[in-house]
Design a protein around this ligand. Structure first.
Ligand code: FAD
Ligand code: MLT
Ligand code: ZN
Length: 475
């Protein structure tokens, strides 16, 4: 082990590995990367390392391990739980994957794409499309979130109902371990039972076990036909009934099934420029249904009309707007995807990214909304999200006029209030955003005992010095 290089020699040693453009050290350059998207956390770092190759990641990690410097892996920094934000101490570096953004290979015979961890999701979707295929992961932050971050959080998003989470879209991984060793696991096999499935350990580990540098992703046939509608429904139960109707009519056609409330839609109308509601005003519940098929002539428009007609006759749909063009489809999707931004602009909000069995979603929304308003009179429940897979963002917007700091001081009471109901319904306190820094204190109550001990043992075995993303995931 070399002598302690700090404080002066260490930056020079990183520079020697990364070259002159491979790191940021000026406070003003570092500034945008020290805080999270939600503005909940702010930390410090001596530098942001920006390696361009796996060997550089490995050399930097080895140096950090030797010198006891902690590493915060960062992709697009869109974490909702402060997962990529450094702690408030100087002996740490942010390791950004942004320069590792190459597409190493697209194989349309095997339907795989091998990409580096810093590739932005929207670009991955675009590359897949340029090859006549589909990479189906889709979420509001897709213009910034990167493949490494998406895998590290096992991101879900809008299409989980059909294609699964990020984990299901991954076949192989390349990972730099906390001692600098590299797992060269970029295999593209559909079957590979050769010992422990280590690649799955790093998916959802939120950077606490190593750094994902590249991945083999699954591709699918491109969509050749789509049909999309925004529907106003009378209740949460009607929304679920409509989902069941579509599933019964053609389960394979449902690409996304998203729920939104009247309050959430109101926030979008008030705060998002150009947002217009394509149905009559005044409804309290909405769903966005998106159908797609990989063959032309699949008859999706007919299917959509037929199911909605039957649902209207049964009183389960009150009004509906069917997209007549790609532009209208995008406008409908925008109403859904701008919910996080609208909430942010409307004031302070507390997010509860929870999941329950799909059949319990209406009860979750009803019970949690009622309890939250009792807890903080005047507050505005904004439940929305991925109804088709049971993941609702049971968010709460502050009462109009309340001091935001006063509202945020109640954040844990608010999350506890939702979580009590979620637990009762057999759900999870974190469906897709992960644990990050925000929810470590929930791990003991929800995963305590043998499960948490096993996680701690894995962490200690792979990262005995505790240099990988400290303070995240594990209490
Ligand atoms: P970051 O925020 O940079 O990092 C996330 C975590 O992964 C951190 O713990 C970080 O240390 C770790 N990490 C990053 N890169 C690596 C790597 N290469 N190796 C190891 N660890 C790494 N999430 C959903 O699941 N579904 C949604 O629908 C959704 N919608 C969103 C909408 C908006 C508007 C926003 C802002 C966020 C949304 N998110 C959603 C949350 C977020 O986009 C996801 O968690 C995403 O996966 C994070 O990707 P990122 O590249 O920004 O990762
Ligand atoms: C989304 O689905 O838009 C985000 O995951 C939810 C959120 O902002 O709470
Ligand atoms: Zn979501």
């Amino acid at each position: 082990m070399p002598d302690d290089l700090r404080p002066h020699g260490l930056l020079d040693a990183f520079r020697a590995i990364l070259g002159p453009n491979g790191m940021l050290t000026q406070a003003s350059d570092l500034e945008p990367y020290l805080a999270d998207w939600r503005g909940l956390y702010r930390g410090q770092a001596m530098a942001m390392l920006r390696p361009a190759r796996t060997e550089e990641v490995s050399a930097c990690v080895r140096l950090c391990a030797e010198q006891g410097i902690t590493i915060i892996p960062q992709g697009g920094n869109t974490s909702m739980v402060g997962g990529a934000t450094p702690e408030a101490r100087p002996d740490q570096v942010i390791l950004s994957l942004a320069r590792m953004n190459r597409v190493r290979e697209v194989d349309t015979a095997d339907m795989t794409m091998t990409v580096e961890a810093g590739l932005v999701l929207a670009r991955a979707q675009q590359v897949a499309a340029e090859h006549g295929t589909l990479f189906p992961l889709s979420l509001g932050a897709e213009g910034s979130a990167m493949i490494g971050g998406l895998l590290s959080t096992n991101a879900g998003g809008n299409t989980t109902v059909r294609y699964g989470n990020a984990r299901e879209l991954m076949l192989g991984l390349e990972v730099v371990l906390p001692d600098g060793g590299v797992i060269h696991g970029l295999r593209r096999l559909r079957k590979d039972n050769t010992g422990y499935a280590l690649r799955h350990l790093f998916v959802g580990a939120e950077g606490t076990l190593g750094i994902i540098t590249a991945a083999v992703l699954r591709l699918f046939p491109a969509a050749r036909e789509t049909a999309t509608a925004l529907c106003a429904v009378p209740s949460e139960d009607a929304a679920l009934a409509l989902f069941r109707r579509f599933r019964a009519a053609d389960e394979g056609a449902v690409r996304a099934f998203e729920y939104m409330s009247g309050i959430g839609m109101g926030l979008v109308m008030d705060h998002i420029e150009g947002a217009t509601l394509p149905v009559a005003p005044g409804f309290e519940h909405f769903v966005l249904v998106d159908l797609s098929a990989s063959r032309e002539g699949a008859g999706l428009r007919g299917l959509l009309e037929q199911v909605l007609e039957a649902a209207m006759e049964a009183g389960e749909v009150l009004d509906a707007a069917l997209a007549e063009s790609e532009a209208q489809r995008a406008a409908i999707w925008r109403l859904r995807e701008e919910h996080p931004e609208a909430q942010k602009r409307a004031g302070a909000s507390v997010k509860s990214d929870v999941s329950v069995p799909v059949s319990s979603v209406p009860e979750l929304i009803r019970r949690a909304s009622a309890e939250l308003v009792k807890l903080i009179p005047g507050s505005r429940p904004v439940p929305f999200g991925h109804m088709g897979d049971g993941n609702i963002h049971m968010n709460l917007e502050q009462p109009v006029g309340m001091d935001p700091a006063e509202f945020l001081a109640r954040a844990h009471d608010i999350m506890d209030c939702v979580n009590e109901i979620v637990r009762d319904l057999g759900g999870s306190f974190s469906a897709e955003h992960g644990v990050g820094r925000l929810k470590t204190d929930m791990m003991e109550a929800w995963r305590g005992g043998a499960e948490l001990s096993a996680m701690q043992a894995i962490k200690a075995a792979l990262d005995p010095k505790g240099i990988m993303n400290p303070g995240k995931v594990l209490p």
